[in-house]
Design a protein around this ligand. Structure first.
Ligand SMILES: [Zn+2]
Length: 242
């Protein structure tokens, strides 16, 4: 019995490892997708910043053109002043020139404000570009790691499946099917170690009589509490702890 149980414990260790690898492997595509999504969000942020910059530049060109036209108008009006005959008209034109100049000074100030904003925006975009590039590189490294992990899981799993098939051949079909059924019901743990009279799966103390029976290793004994196959851990199978 001991020999069969030891093989079962080894099989369970392999099964556990395969389950763990499958779980981790199944999460890899999601991890990669969320890394890519995060980068896309950053790219979108940068795109919006660049759009804002373009808008500012357009605004600046328009305002500069307007100013140029208005300055021209003032010059033309000033040239007209010499031809004015009446005092009333003369006063009116002077007032018109004065107002136009005031407006133009306002336009100049607006252009200066835009230039400041442009400078800020360009600085911010340069920073965002650097940060994005760093993020992109970090993401690429992370994705490469994940892909490597994925392929090493595949290799290890292929090896584990072989080991598993080998082990299964060494276990009697009755015990194996019992193990499989239990494993399905008990989250993959069908065999429970017993250390110093305690079931390590459910923490129950075995009755002394049952513990003595178990140590004889003559028959298959189930835990009265969790129903798992009990395996007396006498320390001989240290390397294969599940
Ligand atoms: Zn138990």
């Amino acid at each position: 019995m001991r020999d069969q149980l030891e093989k079962l414990v080894v099989l369970q260790t392999i099964d556990q490892r395969v389950l763990e690898m499958e779980r981790e492997k199944s999460q890899i595509p999601q991890s990669i997708a969320s890394l890519e999504e995060e980068l896309q969000r950053e790219e979108e942020k940068l795109r919006l910043s660049k759009e804002g910059l373009e808008k500012l530049q357009k605004d600046r060109r328009k305002k500069e053109k307007d100013l140029e036209e208005e300055v021209d108008k003032v010059k033309k009006t000033e040239a007209r002043v010499l031809e004015i005959k009446t005092n009333k008209e003369y006063q009116a034109v002077l007032k018109e020139i004065d107002n136009a100049k005031k407006l133009n000074r306002q336009r100049e100030e607006e252009i200066l404000e835009i230039l400041e904003k442009l400078e800020e925006s360009q600085k911010r975009i340069a920073q965002e570009e650097r940060a994005l590039e760093e993020k992109r590189q970090a993401m690429e490294r992370r994705v490469t790691d994940l892909r490597q992990k994925e392929s090493s899981f595949e290799k290890e799993m292929a090896g584990s499946v072989q080991q598993k098939e080998q082990k299964e051949k060494e276990i009697t079909p009755e015990l194996l099917s019992r193990y499989r059924m239990l494993a399905e019901k008990r989250q993959g743990i069908a065999v429970a170690r017993v250390v110093q009279g305690v079931c390590q799966a459910c923490n129950m103390n075995l009755r002394p009589q049952l513990y003595i029976e178990l140590q004889k290793q003559e028959s298959l004994i189930l835990c009265p509490n969790c129903n798992r196959i009990l395996f007396w851990d006498n320390g001989a199978l240290k390397a294969e702890k599940p």
